[in-house]
Design a protein around this ligand. Structure first.
Ligand SMILES: Cc1ncc(COP(=O)(O)O)c(C=O)c1O
Length: 414
């Protein structure tokens, strides 16, 4: 691979002014990769701070339901802050320390990556600014609350559609003026080189563990691995360790939203993505006939992105990873089923992988060994899930809380 290309995808389409910063970052990343003490420090941090290795749990009840096919769940939900995002931000944090920078910036949509970054910055003693669309600040108050309590400054972005892509533009604007002391912590395996490769490297810890664990528990490799795909970091994290094992079928699951035919989805590789260049790299994007970025939709905020990792685009076109899409409806049903069958509350993002596996399991050979990468836990989705399930008890609780605040505002009582 040259200059960050993966087949026809990737590259670094960046403004001239950022070239030197990217050169320094690439150099720091390459040096760290060659230095085994860096990876040892990383492993120690993830073990002592994030709770790794995460277990590979046999889903006994689901396995039984599907005629004894063995279904395992890789528990990234058990990471500190509740998702695989911790693997990436902690790795980048160690790199920031090596580069001698003392400030980090990030952009966030739903707030998960912002929370993970704010946590890392607190732990490593770094100043932290998070850019977030003003709309998202309104919609994701619990995450904004935690980011601020962790010491980060959350900047609402009021330009454009006031969502993630406007936050990305604002973060880049900050970086152009602050790159001497600031690192931009990208949250997924997208963007200009070296980010896709670097993020995939930090996430490879998932697959390395899963490979060892399945060999220890089953004495053989899995036949199928399912992972959800937003930008692609958790999927690449688990897939990489199995790329050479051609007997292992790798399945990336995108957001089917209201259904591929409705146009309201985020299925770039399983749907109708078109090759283009945006946000600093070349990949499949959802675009209209004029090449403008389309609006995307998913019940899971973390999958609602218009582009996808260039590494996954390459693996799709090379025939190594198969892509599928699960609809919002299927996802909520899968979430409920996993909770009831196994006592595990998956994130809405991760529930896409669960939904696709459940759809395909009846067709798989009876001796199939399946791993589902559970990228995160569902607590963060309580508002969305309660809405989707239309839970009356939850509605009552929110109304009572609102009344309590309204009374406090008018009477001044605390
Ligand atoms: C729990 C969870 N899973 C998956 C994703 C999607 O990201 P990626 O495709 O980079 O793993 C997100 C993004 O916010 C997330 O929070």
């Amino acid at each position: 691979m040259s200059q960050g290309y993966h087949g026809a995808f990737g590259g670094a389409f960046i403004p001239e002014i950022l070239r030197e910063t990217f050169r320094q970052l690439t150099e720091a990343y390459r040096t760290a990769r060659r230095d085994p003490t860096f990876w040892d420090d990383y492993l120690r941090l993830m073990e002592n701070y994030s709770g790794r290795p995460t277990p590979l749990t046999l889903a006994e009840n689901i396995s039984q339901e599907f005629g004894g096919r063995r279904v395992y769940i890789k528990r990234e939900d058990l990471n500190h802050t509740g998702a695989h995002k911790a693997n990436n931000v902690m790795g980048q944090g160690l790199l920031v320390k090596r580069m001698g920078k003392h400030r980090v910036i990030a952009e966030t949509g739903a707030g998960q990556h912002g929370m993970a970054t704010a946590t890392m910055a607190a732990r490593m003693g770094l100043e932290c600014v998070i850019y977030m669309g003003a709309e998202d600040v309104e919609r994701q108050r619990p995450n904004v609350f935690w980011m601020e309590q962790l010491g980060a400054r959350v900047v609402p972005v009021t330009s454009g559609s006031k969502t993630l892509k406007d936050a990305i533009n604002e973060a880049l604007r900050d970086w152009v003026g602050s790159m001497d002391d600031t690192h931009y912590v990208l949250g997924t395996a997208c963007g200009a080189h070296p980010f896709p490769e670097m993020v995939a490297w930090f996430q490879s810890i998932i697959g390395e563990e899963a490979r060892r664990q399945i060999l220890a528990q089953e004495g053989r490799l899995p036949t199928h691995i399912y992972a959800c795909v937003g930008g692609g970091s958790n999927a690449l994290g688990i897939f990489q360790a199995f790329l050479e094992d051609t007997g292992v079928e790798l399945v990336g699951v995108e957001a089917g939203g209201h259904g591929l035919a409705t146009g309201k989805h985020a299925a770039r590789l399983a749907g109708d993505g078109v090759i283009g260049v945006a946000h600093g790299y070349k990949t499949y994007f959802l675009q209209d006939a004029d090449g403008q970025m389309r609006d995307t939709h998913s019940v899971a905020a973390g999958l609602d992105y218009v582009g996808v990792s260039p590494i996954l685009s390459h693996l799709r076109d090379a025939g190594r990873v198969r892509f599928a899409a699960a609809t919002d409806h299927e996802v909520v049903a899968a979430l409920k089923r996993l909770m009831r069958a196994e006592g595990i509350i998956p994130a809405l993002e991760s529930s896409h992988a669960v939904a696709q596996a459940l759809k395909e399991l009846p067709r798989l050979p009876p001796d199939a060994v399946v791993i589902i990468n559970l990228s995160g836990r569902g607590d963060k989705d309580i508002f969305t899930v309660a809405d989707a399930i239309d839970d009356p008890g939850w509605r009552h609780f929110i109304r009572a809380k609102a009344t309590q605040y309204a009374n406090r505002d008018t009477t001044g009582a605390t």
